[in-house]
Design a protein around this ligand. Structure first.
Ligand code: NAD
Length: 341
């Protein structure tokens, strides 16, 4: 197979992650031909890492060997870089969030249409093993019909880095992590949103949110709580999932968790009352052993291609993109509505 020549713009945390991942896992499909970064220290680092360093963006875009540019710069620069890249004849992999708002994305879509180039956003958390477990539970109905999902990511280190603290660069945790969590849910749940209430957190005193809690109800009545926190010294589970026939939790990215399913004998053997604080309760006692079965979490619904493999085949053989631009626009619109309220 003819490899695609890929050049990376922005050699920070994510740019170097892409280079390392492609070199380690995807070098049958891509050649990393070089990087460009505005910061001379990052240029020096790339050279030290054995990469070719373009002296300017223009030089990279004029290099006819480059088939694909991968944009891994702060969010406010994505639109301009993507448009320049496509107008220079390059396909584009763009980091999330694709751009700052839906209006910007529509400008990008016009250039996708006029140039015919492939533009795909790196919504990599669709491939997360914890999410793929949820997706399997959702589709197989092992818990019955899922009616409540809680999706949380928690840290205690505040907003990371420098530009993520500033509005003008597209900072804030809604755009940083919210984009992943909403993307996962909107991709999985094939039903429009009926209502959404969001409480953005500004507890750390930045001009952008340091986290948020959203309560989302879909038209099919699934209710989801989405929470991103950067001031959580004790973490809650990554996922808590309730179905009409059982409950599951996926505690962390190492996939610890449990799943408890009601047996058909549910209700025949009542739970024994337990001492609760200074009182007694049967309502809040664990169900009797006869009534439930504990099961291992499923292994997760596998994706048949990696993000990069899919991108390669979209470019070369018109494969269906696993991340579609209309899905990206949907999530950008949702986040924009939240930020405007
Ligand atoms: P970073 O600050 O670590 O790196 C950004 C790099 O871009 C820096 O080296 C900076 O010098 C360079 N840069 C800035 N403006 C530039 C320009 N105009 N041209 C060339 N280089 C430029 O940031 P990061 O954490 O790597 O984030 C970069 C992008 O990746 C963001 O959009 C972020 O949201 C995304 N990201 C995605 C994931 C994911 O899991 N998909 C994870 C982290 C970051």
């Amino acid at each position: 197979m003819t490899k695609l020549n890929l050049a990376v713009i922005g050699y920070g945390g994510m740019g170097s992650y892409h280079v390392n991942t492609i070199l380690a896992n995807e070098n049958d499909l891509f050649v990393v031909v070089g990087i460009y970064d505005i910061d001379t220290k990052r240029q020096a680092q790339a050279a030290q890492d054995g990469l070719f360093v373009y002296k300017s963006l223009d030089k990279m875009l004029k290099d006819s060997r480059v088939d694909v540019i991968l944009i891994a710069t702060p969010n406010d620069s994505h639109k301009e870089l993507a448009i320049k890249g496509m107008e220079a004849g390059k396909h584009v992999v763009c980091e999330k969030p694709a751009v700052m708002n839906p209006q910007e994305f529509k400008e990008v879509q016009k250039v996708i249409a006029s140039t015919g180039k492939t533009f795909m956003v790196h919504q990599n958390r669709r491939w997360d093993p914890d999410f793929l477990i949820l997706r399997e539970l959702y589709e197989t109905k092992e818990l019955g019909e899922i009616f409540q999902i809680e999706s949380r990511v928690h840290g205690a280190n505040g907003i990371p880095g420098d530009w993520r603290h500033e509005k003008k660069h597209g900072g804030g945790m809604l755009l940083d992590w919210g984009v992943h969590l909403f993307d996962q849910l909107l991709w999985m749940i094939d039903s429009p949103i009926k209502s959404i209430e969001t409480d953005l957190s500004f507890i750390l005193g930045n001009e952008v949110d340091d986290g948020f809690i959203s309560y989302v109800t879909f038209k099919n009545n699934i209710k989801v709580l989405v929470e991103v926190g950067t001031t959580n010294y004790c973490k809650l589970d990554r996922w808590y999932i309730k179905g009409t026939n059982g409950t599951a939790k996926i505690s962390d990215w190492d996939l610890h968790g449990e799943m408890v399913i009601a047996r058909e004998t549910q209700g025949l053997v009542p739970p024994a009352p337990i001492k609760a604080g200074v009182g007694l309760t049967k309502t809040m006692a664990p169900p009797s052993e006869e009534s439930t079965i504990k099961k291992e979490l499923p292994s997760g619904k596998k994706m048949n291609q990696s993000f990069y493999q899919n991108f390669y085949h979209v470019v070369n053989s018109n494969a269906e993109p696993l991340v579609k631009n209309e899905e990206v626009l949907h999530v950008l619109t949702l986040m924009d509505d939240i930020l405007k309220r």
